[in-house]
Design a protein around this ligand. Structure first.
Ligand code: RIB
Ligand code: CA
Length: 319
């Protein structure tokens, strides 16, 4: 099993991605860290705890940054609802977040692990940038960073910028300059691999997770039930499970932080104009049928309690 840490801003599409990761037999989720993004940190953290409580899962949750490094706070409540996960009536939360800050929790898990860990950021990159800035020594324990963010064509929050990058461009710039192997699952993937209401209805009656995801879907504004919803964050998790479904091109990617017109844009030099050392594997395409099949099979398999055998439950005792 590949050890991963998910950094997230749940978020309806985050919820589906977390479900796929949690129940996968190939991924061993060590820790979930939350960040302000789709909605405020208190809400994204509450939503992560709701999911863990819903599954009776023992993967620890640690709250991180409640704002970007430099710029103003943006949110995407219009797509996810005021709570960030509108549409499903979650039961009482039965698990507590760690006392540790997300960055401290990530540091301890990485340094304690006997093998490298893959970071899977599916929200703004504030926590990841803080981690590398405060504790650069952890980089040698990072296998790779497989993130949902960016675009090489057009944006979804400004003409060119994607939300996760736009929400904290300085953090994204730091992460893209980290020197670590990065796989960028940008907007183009979810735009082509749409998941329709009809598809998700197939899993609605299969298990409680299918019912939960379907209910959230009905309220998600990342598309619509007829033409299909954009499951942005699941494209990052599914890369870990089936990279053969993706077309990937290594190139140099820079993050614009200064221009008022293009702030938050991931400038992907796919043609190599600048002759710069490639720093990112950009996913330029995905097999839509293959992704939809994997997405649905993964959620259909979300039965019972997720097993993440080496989840960092010891963090609950850490001060
Ligand atoms: O632009 C899409 C990204 O922004 C996804 O991660 C979604 O959850 C939001 O955070
Ligand atoms: Ca997200």
């Amino acid at each position: 099993m590949r050890k991963i840490i998910i950094d997230t801003d749940p978020g309806i599409d985050d919820a589906a991605a977390i479900a796929i990761a949690m129940f996968s037999r190939e991924l061993d989720v060590q820790l979930i860290t939350t960040v302000a993004g789709n909605v405020s940190l208190d809400k994204t953290t509450r939503n992560a705890l709701r999911l863990m409580s819903f599954w009776g899962a023992d993967v620890p949750v640690a709250a991180g940054a409640d704002r970007p490094l430099v710029g103003p706070v943006y949110d995407a409540a219009e797509a996810h609802g005021e709570s960030g996960m509108e549409g499903f009536d979650f039961e009482e939360i039965t698990v507590k977040p760690l006392k540790l800050h997300a960055v401290e929790a990530m540091r301890r898990v990485l340094l304690q692990s006997d093998e490298k860990i893959t970071l899977v950021p599916i929200g703004p990159l504030t926590n990841i940038a803080l981690l590398f800035s405060l504790y650069p020594e952890v980089k040698e324990k990072v296998e790779e960073i497989v993130l949902m963010g960016g675009a090489f064509t057009r944006g979804n929050i400004t003409p060119l910028a994607e939300f996760n990058i736009f929400a904290d461009p300085e953090a994204a710039d730091m992460v893209f300059r980290s020197g670590l192997p990065i796989v960028m699952c940008g907007l183009e993937l979810a735009r082509s691999a749409l998941i329709t209401g009809e598809m998700v209805a197939k899993i609605r009656d299969l298990n409680p997770t299918g019912q939960m995801v379907y209910s959230l879907f009905e309220h998600y504004r990342g598309g619509n039930m007829q033409s299909g919803q954009r499951m942005y964050d699941s494209t990052a998790v599914c890369y870990l499970l089936a990279p053969e479904l993706y077309t990937v091109q290594e190139c140099y990617v820079g993050v614009e932080v200064a221009s008022p017109l293009t702030r938050g844009t991931t400038v992907c030099d796919l043609e190599g104009f600048w002759n710069k050392q490639p720093n990112v594997k950009v996913c330029t395409a995905i097999d839509p049928q293959g992704f939809a099949g994997l997405f649905l099979r993964s959620l259909a398999g979300a039965q019972g309690v997720p097993e993440n055998p080496t989840a960092a439950t010891w963090l609950h005792q850490e001060k």
